[in-house]
Design a protein around this ligand. Structure first.
Ligand SMILES: C[S@@+](CC[C@H](N)C(=O)[O-])C[C@H]1O[C@@H](n2cnc3c(N)ncnc32)[C@H](O)[C@@H]1O
Length: 357
């Protein structure tokens, strides 16, 4: 499966769209705001503010979250500008995602966001220009030495491809307790390779002293089989195994399907950054948010969120016909799980500065 051509969050603004089901991502970006503010303040302190400032949000998807981080970055910059009595730079904002992303919905929401920027930041701010950039962030996307600030939230856990597995990951869609050691190793190696390629591309595109804030859906523990990161996919595997036992899909299809996704620990992120060598680490934290960010009907809403994220991959393997049954079963399993235990997503948040070369 070619991740770049298959993976896309559910487009539009309807009930099943990512735009309407991205509250977890929204909470995560909101909580990262102090880290973003600190990084912007460091960027402005370390470098003389240029007249033209380029910002990129990588893996923006479409919907409210695409603008949330940009708003946080802009507000932090404007505060510094006001405090220092500087004239505002001109801003170029790049919104990147894979080519299958619903850029039309994103662009349609832009005028409203631009109006609210003007309202919140006043006339002394900007001007501010927006550009959509379709393509994989594991390749070069921008001109060399042009980016000052890069942000990405809940994207870098997506791998460029499904790892090449020598063993069958029987009945599992991700790393599980029952996965052979070779499967776990292959996932780890794919993450190392991809994240290193990401850093290399950004190091070519960023100015010296430029700053990145990356929030990755990860884990706290050193153990890649921990429930912290595997449980949400284990429950999906359970639902798929039920589909197999009811002969709604074939066992072979399940055994061949693995999610191109890896949840790293802070230690793994640090190791790749240090080995690649282009960036210094200013801050590295882990935090958590409950699966259950909704006031009512949590299992229903968690299921809708995960469906809006992974349905494109599942349809590609199992076909459309089985999706409603699959997610109905997934919902029942999630409902049962969250009634018995506290379930959380873990984030690894890293702030990086481009080294002098
Ligand atoms: C869970 S969404 C997060 C969206 C948004 N940043 C948020 O926090 O709500 C992950 C996004 O990463 C994008 N993505 C995954 N792999 C990518 C890649 N290699 N290059 C660019 N975008 C990618 C997906 O298409 C998707 O829109």
């Amino acid at each position: 499966m070619e991740v770049i051509s298959v993976l896309h969050m559910k487009g539009g603004t309807g009930d099943s769209s990512y735009a309407s089901n991205s509250l977890v991502g929204n909470k995560v970006i909101s909580r990262t705001r102090p880290v973003i503010e600190e990084a912007v303040s460091d960027l402005c302190r370390n470098a003389t503010l240029p007249e033209k400032l380029c910002i990129a949000d990588l893996g923006c998807a479409s919907g409210p979250n695409a603008f949330l981080a940009v708003l946080g970055i802009m507000k932090a910059m404007d505060k510094i500008r006001e405090e220092g009595g500087f004239q505002s730079p001109e801003f170029q904002v790049y919104l990147n995602d894979l080519p299958g992303n619903d850029f039309n919905t994103l662009f349609r929401a832009l005028p409203q966001f631009q109006d609210s920027l003007k309202e919140q930041l006043g006339l002394g701010f900007g001007p501010c220009f927006f550009t959509g950039v379709p393509g994989s962030f594991y390749r070069r996307l921008f001109l060399s030495k042009t980016l000052h600030f890069v942000h990405s939230s809940y994207c870098l856990q997506w791998l460029s491809q499904v790892p090449e597995l020598e063993d069958i990951n029987k009945g599992n869609v991700y790393i599980a307790i029952t996965s052979p050691p070779g499967v776990i190793r292959a996932y780890q190696q794919q993450f190392q390779k991809d994240f290193s390629a990401f850093l290399k591309c950004r190091s070519e595109e960023m100015v010296t002293g430029g700053c990145m804030v990356l929030t990755i859906l990860g884990r706290k523990s050193d153990d890649p089989t921990t429930k912290e990161c595997c449980q949400i996919w284990e429950l999906l595997s359970m639902a798929l195994r039920d589909m197999v036992s009811q002969e709604l899909t074939e066992e072979k299809k399940l055994d061949e399907f693995n999610i191109p996704h890896y949840n790293p620990s802070p230690g793994e992120v640090k190791e790749v950054v240090e080995a690649e060598g282009s960036f210094s680490i200013d801050r590295l934290d882990a935090s958590q948010v409950n699966w259950n960010v909704y006031e009512n009907d949590s299992a229903y809403n968690i299921t809708k969120c995960i469906r809006s994220v992974v349905e494109s991959l599942l349809v590609n393997q199992f076909g459309h016909a089985v999706m409603d049954r699959l997610f109905q079963r997934y919902r029942e399993i999630i409902d049962d799980t969250i009634s018995k235990e506290t379930t959380q997503f873990f984030s690894v948040i890293v702030t990086l500065t481009k080294r002098v070369v």
